[in-house]
Design a protein around this ligand. Structure first.
Ligand code: NAD
Length: 489
């Protein structure tokens, strides 16, 4: 019998063994070590968690908002004190470097900090005089039970886009973490308990498709936050809204970066290396296509190759490692298939990641193509691996035109010294998140985060005021109070 533990579900304040006998291995992608088995929980188990969340909703939604916020303040402190513990778990289950993991933890904590502002964020509006003797006031209320479905690439940050704000607003929550990286959530739960969160407010059901379908069908779950790939997001959005739930689905990407002749090339190359190959390219904001103005093209390519060849690969827990493994063997194989397809379709391979693989884990080196065109599979599809496509362009207009041919529109970046170029880019590019002179337009807790086109389904994005709106519904009171006429007295 295996010594490896089986992950439990967290329902109504207790860790409970799943009844499912179907298991998936959670593997350290840098070493192939099996860290834990994750049960493929059933729809009935999800229903049980949703029931617990529904039962907890009355008391929690009636808990004074500052009291809810105080729990989040405490939670923030505990998370701050345990940043390294959290980052190490992320590196072990996801493979990204320890530094990247620390950055992720910090971003997650910022979401908790923002949500702790619930007393001001939840305030409504009022107007003392809408008509004679009539005033209007709007109040915010929680939506009910919220379901969260998260991807493998940010085991801490993405759940933290969802549950801190949802519970701060008075909702209760059921999370289904990625079955590939479900370990970190155990710690998130442990610290929530330490912060004093009442039982039933936050629940976790591990698994995959059946749990997702359970969330989409459960009568108690009123809103669903999804982050993951485009096909699954589309399915979740359609099925969730069909069942009359409020759904936000943040999905796939193919992010374009334009580098102009007047860019600071040192900065651009350094940032693009980090944006394309950091976290092994497994970021929804990863730089996937770089369009470079012809005046600096050769210089850019020389510098890019130089930097990329010095990238240190390995286990993310080792010092100075920048590029870790991709998440699973099939992701590595898929990446190799894309490299082959790029070559077949006529792109020129400037750096071949297949030359830097290692069987110790799912490693594949940085890969750079040039001469890529918009009819190639490597341009069209999200590869989600350390593969970068470079295209020479005449000018900014062509760079923006190419980016706008993509079905995705998550993020886009521009490197330039010119304000008018920034303005043109901002007004014409299709993307939800723009970066100017930086490689990754990273999510910030206080701003809404998401893409356009097939990178997002729904209307309210994650984070910022959109997060507040998504996790609340409004009640407007219109009231008539006859103004006393003191002149008659
Ligand atoms: P995924 O779509 O495979 O999985 C996401 C979640 O959906 C997981 O919890 C998984 O268990 C579940 N799931 C997977 N297949 C399912 C199915 N057939 N039916 C029901 N549920 C299913 O995504 P992933 O591989 O974990 O993550 C990578 C993807 O996430 C990339 O496409 C990336 O761009 C995207 N992503 C997007 C953002 C964003 O903000 N737009 C952020 C992070 C990741």
């Amino acid at each position: 019998m295996s010594e490896v533990k089986v992950l439990k579900n967290y329902i109504n304040g207790k860790w409970i063994e799943s009844r499912s006998t179907e298991m998936v291995d959670v593997v350290n992608p840098a070493t192939r070590e099996v860290l834990i088995h994750v049960p493929q929980s059933t729809k009935e188990e999800l229903d049980r968690a949703a029931r617990a969340a529904q039962d907890a909703f009355h008391d929690w939604s009636n808990t004074a908002v500052p009291k809810r916020a105080r729990i989040l303040f405490k939670y923030q402190q505990i998370l701050m004190e345990n940043k390294e513990v959290l980052a190490e778990i992320i590196t072990r289950e996801n493979g990204k470097s320890f530094n990247e993991a620390l950055g992720e933890v910090q971003r997650g904590i910022e979401n908790v900090e923002f949500a702790a502002g619930a007393p001001s964020l939840m305030m409504g509006d009022s107007l003392s005089s809408i008509a004679t003797d009539i005033e209007g006031t709007s109040y915010r209320y929680p939506v009910g039970v919220v379901g969260g479905i998260t991807p493998f690439n940010f085991p801490m940050m993405v759940p933290c886009w969802m549950f801190p704000m949802a519970i701060a607003m008075g909702n209760t929550f059921v999370l289904k973490p990625s079955e590939k990286t479900p370990l970190l959530v155990e710690k998130l739960v442990e610290y929530l308990e330490e912060a004093g969160l009442p039982d039933g407010v936050f629940n976790v059901v591990n698994g995959a498709h059946d749990v997702v379908n359970g969330i989409l069908e459960n009568e108690h779950i009123k809103a669903v936050s999804f982050v993951g790939s485009k096909p699954v997001g589309e399915y979740v959005y359609k099925k969730g809204t069909d069942n009359l739930k409020r759904v936000q689905a943040l999905t796939g990407a193919k992010n374009h970066t334009v580098v102009l002749n007047d860019a600071n090339l040192d900065q651009a190359v350094k940032d693009i290396i980090s944006a394309a190959f950091g976290s092994a390219g497994e970021r929804c904001m990863a730089a996937a296509v770089i369009t470079v103005e012809e005046g600096i093209y050769n210089d850019f390519i020389d510098r890019l190759k130089n930097e990329a060849k010095n990238i240190k690969m390995g286990n993310g827990l080792d010092d100075d490692v920048f590029l870790g493994p991709v998440i699973r063997e099939e992701n590595k194989k898929r990446t190799v298939d894309y490299i082959e397809s790029g070559e077949k379709e006529g792109a020129k391979l400037l750096m071949d990641g297949r030359e830097r693989t290692s069987d110790e884990g799912y490693f594949i080196g940085p890969t750079i193509f040039e001469g890529v065109t918009t009819d190639m599979e490597i341009w069209k599809n999200e590869i989600f691996a350390p593969v970068l496509c470079v295209i020479k362009v005449k000018d900014l207009k062509e760079g923006v035109w190419i980016a706008n041919q993509s079905e995705f529109a998550n993020g886009a970046c521009l490197f330039t010294d010119s304000a008018s170029s920034v303005r043109y880019f901002r007004e014409n590019i299709d993307a939800g998140m723009l970066g100017i002179n930086l490689g990754v337009p990273a999510p910030m807790a206080v701003f809404p985060f998401s893409g356009w086109k097939h990178s997002f389904y729904g209307s309210l994005h994650a984070n910022g005021k959109d997060g507040v709106d998504f996790y609340t519904r409004r009640k407007v009171v219109t009231a008539r109070y006859k103004t006393p006429d003191f002149s008659e007295m």
